[in-house]
Ligand binder design. Structure first.
Ligand code: SF4
Length: 389
């Protein structure tokens, strides 16, 4: 068996780890032991796993490996946010961000290197798509955050309490790997995060949302960003395929399948002069009148390859007030980690083997501003101008 074909124990759910051990003639409880070593104690060396016999460890070395993506860079913001850049097997780099708040710490992670969906307000989308992250590359972002932050604070509380899949990529276009990674995050012998603390954020891949209930009961956030199909299709091309009515029907189906009473979060990036008018707020309130949800307003943060602008503080307040008056719970996402390019949502990374779209965006931007054509290294710098998903 070559090293390439070895099973990566770091990317196997408890069920798959148990199968691996049973198939090898071992007891299934070995799976819990190995998961605890890897995900709770941060151990990637089989020889350190002393509650596993030496002979079994030697056997595992023949057919398995324990491998996480490589951590390349670490940035720390004045407000305590962290941004890390990790290199994945395809050679691309993806970003993750840790946002500490009173009583909780949220890790925003990536699911793909680049993205194929080309939302008009998104820096990731302008890079095109490179690769789906593997299970170990997705869960490895949480593993690394725990390594770097220490896992638990001095009072014994978790440092990372919440995981949101709002980084690079559309999680539901990497369905199988995301489901496996979410399962590991929620496993008691791994990270033990509750279903309410793991959020999958989607731009609206309806067939995948329809399948979701058969695989997970994680929380759901939906990038809506517009109150009608005409505007949403301009901002998010995926709306041409899955219009708002289908999207809301699908999301409601998932929420109805959950055992508890949870509602989705509707994400609404406010872009000046595009979707930030009072009339848009009123139309949104009407659209969602029969749709239980919370609404999260995300003020757009300008970035190099976009002409969009951030709305004024007063238009954000007006927008919020209209929705609240209509009975919605509305939050406005605070900008965090701006000094390290970790402000909410849009992660840029460094996508290798870029598509024609990303090259076109770069040529246009270079021509427009008479600047040099962007290189891979420049893409990392663009992170400082990250926009909001
Ligand atoms: S907003 Fe999300 S789905 Fe849209 S292009 Fe960006 S990463 Fe992809």
């Amino acid at each position: 068996m070559t090293a390439k074909s070895k099973a990566n124990l770091a990317g196997l759910s408890l069920a798959n780890l148990r199968t691996l051990f049973v198939d090898a003639g071992e007891k299934p409880f070995r799976a819990e032991q190995v998961m605890k070593w890897i995900h709770q104690r941060g151990v990637v060396d089989l020889d350190v796993m002393t509650d596993i016999s030496k002979s079994l460890r030697e056997k595992l070395k023949q057919s398995t490996e324990i491998s996480f993506p490589k951590l390349l860079q670490n940035f720390t913001a004045d407000d305590g946010c962290h941004k890390w850049i990790v290199e994945v097997a395809s050679g691309s780099c993806v970003e993750m961000v840790y946002i500490p708040e009173a009583g909780r710490g949220t890790l925003c992670i990536s699911s793909q290197a680049g993205c194929s969906l080309d939302c008009s307000f998104c820096a990731t989308g302008k890079q095109g798509f490179n690769s789906n992250l593997t299970v170990a590359e997705i869960v490895g972002q949480l593993w690394w955050a725990n390594q770097k932050l220490g896992g638990f604070d001095s009072s014994g509380n978790r440092v990372v309490t919440n995981v949101v899949m709002m980084g690079m990529g559309e999680p539901l276009l990497n369905f199988d790997n995301v489901m496996e990674a979410v399962s590991i995050m929620m496993e008691d012998c791994a990270y033990g995060l509750s279903k309410r603390k793991v959020t999958i954020s989607t731009s609206g891949v309806v067939p995948a949302i329809d399948r979701l209930k058969d695989f997970t009961d994680a929380s759901l956030a939906v990038s809506l960003h517009a109150p009608n199909d005409e505007l949403r299709s301009q901002i998010m091309p995926i709306n041409n395929k899955y219009p708002i009515s289908e999207l809301l029907r699908s999301v409601q189906g998932y929420m109805d399948s959950l055992a508890d009473k949870r509602v989705p979060v509707i994400e609404y990036t406010m872009i000046k002069g595009v979707n930030d008018h009072r009339a848009h707020a009123r139309e949104l309130a009407t659209l969602l009148r029969e749709f239980p949800c919370k609404i999260n307003i995300i003020p757009f943060n300008p970035f190099s390859l976009s002409d969009y602008r951030r709305p004024s503080t007063s238009s954000i307040a007006n927008f919020r007030q209209i929705l609240q008056a209509a009975g919605f719970t509305v939050t406005v996402r605070a900008t965090r980690g701006e000094d390290i390019g970790a402000a909410c949502g849009q992660l840029v990374g460094d996508v290798q083997d870029q598509t024609r779209r990303s090259r076109r965006h770069k040529r246009l931007a270079a021509a427009k501003r008479s600047e040099k054509v962007f290189t891979g290294a420049d893409n990392l710098a663009i992170a400082a101008d990250r926009v909001v998903r």
